[in-house]
Design a protein around this ligand. Structure first.
Ligand code: FUC
Length: 348
């Protein structure tokens, strides 16, 4: 196993590097110390052909503009916060308004747009990069100096683990995730609508017309939101379900996950034989089928388009700070925050 580090670009006098983690089975994951962005995951298909299974851009400049969070760690709080403000102990905090009246994925310059410190770790059966960033009190409107560490570890079992660790010197809110768009066809050859998703989730959150949770949990039974026995993503596009249509014909919904620490999510592409399995300690996963992806990017010569990728964003529930019935995303002063998500890559 090894890690290589190459120069990727510059932001003022800071050098941005691409770290390439490789295991002995030929799996490769490339990550930037800008936004902790996963730019590439190379894995074999059933013929042994190694191709990239995530949407990634080809230059730092492209990532710096407001690209839709390709591969990035987003936060402090992933998803939307209604009205771009919240209250904590009777104090009102006003956040960046970067999605109509609401706050999205940490604001104008969230974690996805920061330069992170990086440290590499090479062990016999695991290679890792530990990214650190200190988010200052008041950044994007959030309280507390927040120290954050995001660790990407790759093993010879073809597992990539992302650990998120944090600590703040004031009470604050924290709910980061990773915003990788998977496309298991390899090098973005096809869209993801023929991918099969299987997940142990029997409820999802109803969204309003601004894509904010209404607070209502809906049962998946009898709907295109029922992935318990596996279902192709195209079912949500063809669907007349009001919630699929409101999301822009597809999915952009938080699903509640069963509280066990097994691989509860599987994304599979029959044609390539590739599969990604996900396990997390988070209470939900946001399934986003790139319903709003425009044609302004290009991947391997193919212009981007709707449904070219699928995000599986493991996290606490969106807008939890306005829904006391959701699991809390409050981080108390001095409290240690830790969550992790494991992605297992399987060729067939
Ligand atoms: C996802 C969605 C949003 C948004 C963004 C780029 O997380 O929930 O609707 O479009 O990504």
């Amino acid at each position: 196993m090894n890690i290589t580090k190459t120069e990727y670009g510059h932001i003022q006098e800071q050098t941005i590097y691409q770290y390439r983690l490789k295991n002995d089975k030929g799996l490769e994951v490339a990550i930037l110390n800008y936004g902790c962005i996963v730019t590439e995951i190379m894995m074999p298909d059933k013929q042994g052909q190694h191709e990239n299974i995530v949407l990634g851009l080809s230059s730092l400049e492209e990532y710096q503009v407001n690209a839709p969070y390709f591969g990035a760690v987003v936060g402090r709080v992933a998803g939307r916060i209604k009205g771009a403000s919240f209250q904590l102990d009777d104090k009102t905090y006003t956040l960046d308004q970067n999605d109509a009246n609401n706050h999205l994925h940490g604001g104008n310059e969230g974690f996805s747009h920061k330069v992170w410190e990086a440290k590499t770790v090479e062990e016999k059966d695991c290679v890792a990069v530990v990214f650190s960033y200190v988010s200052k009190d008041g950044e994007a409107g959030y309280p507390g100096n927040l120290q954050l560490k995001v660790t990407y570890s790759l093993t010879n079992e073809n597992e990539l683990k992302i650990d998120y660790n944090g600590q703040s010197d004031k009470k604050t809110i924290l709910n980061p995730t990773n915003h990788t768009y998977f496309n298991l066809s390899g090098n973005s050859k096809r869209d993801v609508l023929s991918h099969t998703l299987q997940m142990e989730s029997d409820q999802f959150l109803e969204l309003d017309h601004e894509s904010l949770p209404t607070g209502k949990k809906l049962h998946v039974t009898g709907t295109p939101f029922d992935f318990r026995n596996g279902r192709k993503l195209q079912d949500g596009v063809a669907s007349t379900h009001e919630q699929n249509q409101l999301a822009g014909n597809g999915y952009d919904h938080p699903f509640l996950l069963q509280d066990d620490c097994n691989f509860t999510i599987s994304l599979y592409d029959e044609e390539s034989g590739r599969e990604v399995k996900i396990k997390t300690d988070q209470p939900s996963v946001v399934l986003y089928t790139a319903n709003h992806l425009s044609d302004e990017y290009s991947f391997y010569g193919h212009p981007s388009r709707k449904y070219l990728g699928v995000c599986l964003e493991t996290q606490g529930l969106p807008d939890a700070i306005h829904h006391p019935e959701f699991p809390s995303i409050i981080l108390n002063k001095g409290e240690r925050y830790h969550t992790s998500t494991v992605y297992a890559f399987k060729g067939r």
